[in-house]
Design a protein around this ligand. Sequence first.
Ligand SMILES: NC(=O)c1ccc[n+]([C@@H]2O[C@H](COP(=O)([O-])OP(=O)(O)OC[C@H]3O[C@@H](n4cnc5c(N)ncnc54)[C@H](O)[C@@H]3O)[C@@H](O)[C@H]2O)c1
Length: 280
Amino acid sequence: MSESLTGKVAVVTGAGRPRGIGRAAAIELARAGADVVVTDLARPGPRVAGIPTVAEDEEGLQDAVTEIESMGRRGKAFPLDVTAEADVVEVIDRVQAEFGGVDILFNNAGTPVGVKPFLELDNEAWDLSWKVHVMGMVYTSRAVIPLMRERGGGVIINNSSASGLRALPGYAAYTATKHAVIGLTKTLALDFGVDGIRAVSICPGDIDTDMTDLGMALAVEHFGVDPDQQESLAPIDTIALRRRGQASEIGKVVAWLASDGASYVSGNSMLIDGALMEGI
Ligand SMILES: NC(=O)c1ccc[n+]([C@@H]2O[C@H](COP(=O)([O-])OP(=O)(O)OC[C@H]3O[C@@H](n4cnc5c(N)ncnc54)[C@H](O)[C@@H]3O)[C@@H](O)[C@H]2O)c1
């Protein structure tokens, strides 16, 4: 890709895990020329099946900064819990002070805590799913939109999921809140298009990240899936391309959506799933 994002400043949430979509997108945004601020929780959070659902330390963020800087861009890491509005405001204020504004926001933070049989899914898991997937995006969008307006426009890319367009059994809180991301994105596109701000949802399918491994562990624990019979949550023969996606394949789409190549793309939801058959 040419350096179509030179001079742009991007903020990415949930970018702390080395195999994650957030990290991959941060690298692709930098490769396309942007300076990139990476953020993530960076403290212990909920575990499922004994596996941490969150980035627990700042190491992953610092590694991302090192990689961004190795490409000649500016990088910066901030620990950030997207459910804490005051912290979101503080981080965006610091980005404004140090980078002069924000042009690209990739709302990527996500949690699998809402994956459980419906009758066992407690209010805490519903609340956390809503707070991370929806209110986190509300807080970051509310903080950056005035800055984007000052710069004459910007792009907000919200990471929904194929589960934002369809349903998987046992995914109630994940599915409902990822559907809400698509509604929120459409509204942002309508309300702020007049300011030159585009808003787009992406809907990845089965991508090879820690969260997919968590999803599989949950399926084994709660839904009786036999890992010897099924290696992945979406059996490979249900994906037309016959493989899981890589985080970098999502990151490249994010960098394109952020670029002028996508200047007339707004309000829609882009499936990136290798033609996952149930999703078509
Ligand atoms: N992996 C897939 O197949 C897939 C498919 C569709 C959508 N997604 C979405 O992609 C996004 C990234 O997921 P991933 O697969 O790269 O997994 P991941 O676990 O690497 O990324 C999720 C990140 O969100 C962070 N996070 C969780 N709670 C947070 C909070 N309160 N504040 C800030 N950060 C928080 C975690 O620390 C983690 O780094 C998520 O929104 C996920 O729902 C993933």
